[in-house]
Design a binder for this molecule. Structure first.
Ligand SMILES: [Zn+2]
Length: 417
């Protein structure tokens, strides 16, 4: 299986990009098609690595626009939790498929997911053709016995994710320190180490979480995670808005990755801003996430890169903070190797890339990267390729209407659509 992208612009020059068996095989001005290649005309487009959504709950597309603008606990207890209690595998499959279509249309090639029914998530990822790190989600309500009762099912879930093929990477997804007991977190840390897999967790999202953690355990959230053995290079920490200097030092020392979710933080009014410079000067890898469609409400990584830049400038009172190329680097996974992606158009690397239309109104005149982050939206993304497979071309994703119809039917069944 081989594909040749002809005439797309890379670093200012039209090039050929040849893809064989899911990997970049040749890149350069002289590269042309070989016998048997499918040829894709990339003229009028720039070719780039795609974006990485470092934290989301994909199937929550089913709950988009359901109970917005309510206080967090009222929204959870009266809207989301009752609806989630009715979810089955098929709901999650179609919700995730719908999310994948939106992410493909936005130029995302890879995402990190935390949601129930992980096997259904994995099936949807494979059928959509995206890459994802899918997690076996854990909540024990602070009760270690409830945690122990899930051990066998969690092991089974990880085994199923491992069997899902090369597009799916398994991980554990303990929800947060306020919903999972230290005993269960310690067990997950051991399991993750033995299996060499990542642990995704929400950390220090709100100030209340910090106060509650100190009251319950005598430790701030990152310190508690460390005591449980979770804080290491396999940890991917979502939010981290309220980490203090000592916690940031520890996160850096342990080699954990942080995923910032600026739009979700703004919409849920967490009242603080992730300290990007304080984290990166310590050497902490940082990625960008949208969070779920109930708290964003889009899965638009490129759009969120603008928010990332703006909120960092605003918080630091410095328009030179978070320049556009840095925001795009974070959105591309280039500042966090654990998240995958970010390698760009390099021979031998997985063939994940996007073509961006150069004639989009908002992309000219002036600097391409500044225009892409500050002015152009995801509509400028024309083509998306993952593992050498064309998932979108001319903004058309196969079977998008069919997926939307199925997902909306599932939402009606759940009483949320
Ligand atoms: Zn989240």
């Amino acid at each position: 299986v081989s594909l040749l992208i002809r005439g797309a612009v890379l670093d200012g020059l039209p090039v050929g990009v040849r893809i064989v068996e899911g990997r970049f095989a040749a890149v350069g001005p002289e590269v042309g098609p070989e016998p048997g290649d499918e040829v894709l005309d990339g003229s009028g487009c720039a070719v780039s690595g795609g974006w990485v959504n470092g934290h989301t709950h994909a199937a929550m597309t089913l709950f988009r626009g359901f109970g917005d603008d309510l206080p967090l606990m009222e929204w959870l207890t009266t809207k989301i939790w009752p609806a989630e209690a009715r979810l089955d595998d098929t709901d999650v499959y179609w919700g995730t498929r719908l999310a994948c279509i939106e992410m493909i249309r936005g130029g995302t090639v890879r995402f990190w997911d935390m949601y129930w029914h992980s096997e259904a998530v994995a099936r949807a990822v494979v059928d959509a053709g995206l890459r994802a790190t899918v997690s076996a989600v854990v909540i024990d309500g602070g009760d270690p016995a409830r945690g122990r009762a899930q051990h066998a099912a969690l092991s089974d879930s990880i085994a199923a994710l491992e069997a899902a093929g090369p597009l799916v990477t398994p991980s554990f997804g303990p929800h947060a320190v306020y919903t999972v007991s230290p005993e269960t977190l310690s067990w997950l840390a051991e399991q993750a180490a033995a299996r060499g897999i990542s642990v995704q967790i929400h950390l220090s999202e709100t100030e209340d979480e910090v106060h509650a953690c100190v009251a319950a355990h005598g430790l701030r959230p990152a310190m508690l995670l460390d005591r449980c053995g979770v804080l290491n290079e396999r940890a991917v920490l979502a939010h981290c808005v309220w980490l203090d200097d000592d916690e940031l030092d520890l996160v850096a020392e342990r080699g954990a990755t942080i995923v910032t979710n600026p739009v979700s933080n703004l919409k849920l009014a967490v009242g603080g801003v992730f300290r990007y410079d304080a984290a990166t000067t310590r050497g902490i890898p940082v990625g960008l996430g949208t969070d779920g469609a109930s708290s964003n409400n889009s899965l638009d990584v490129l759009g969120d890169a603008k928010f990332l830049a703006l909120i960092q400038k605003h918080a630091q009172r410095d328009p030179a903070a978070m320049p556009a190329p840095e925001a795009l680097a974070v959105a591309s996974g280039r500042r966090a190797s654990r998240l995958g992606g970010g390698t760009g158009i390099v021979v031998g690397e997985p063939a994940d890339c996007v073509l961006v239309r150069l004639d989009a109104d908002e992309l000219g005149p002036g600097d391409f990267t500044a225009n892409l982050v500050y002015a152009a939206g995801r509509a400028a993304v024309d083509t998306v390729i993952v593992a050498g497979r064309v998932l979108m071309r001319g903004r058309v994703v196969d079977d998008a209407d069919g997926v939307r119809a199925e997902a909306y039917a599932r939402a009606r069944r759940l009483g949320v659509g």
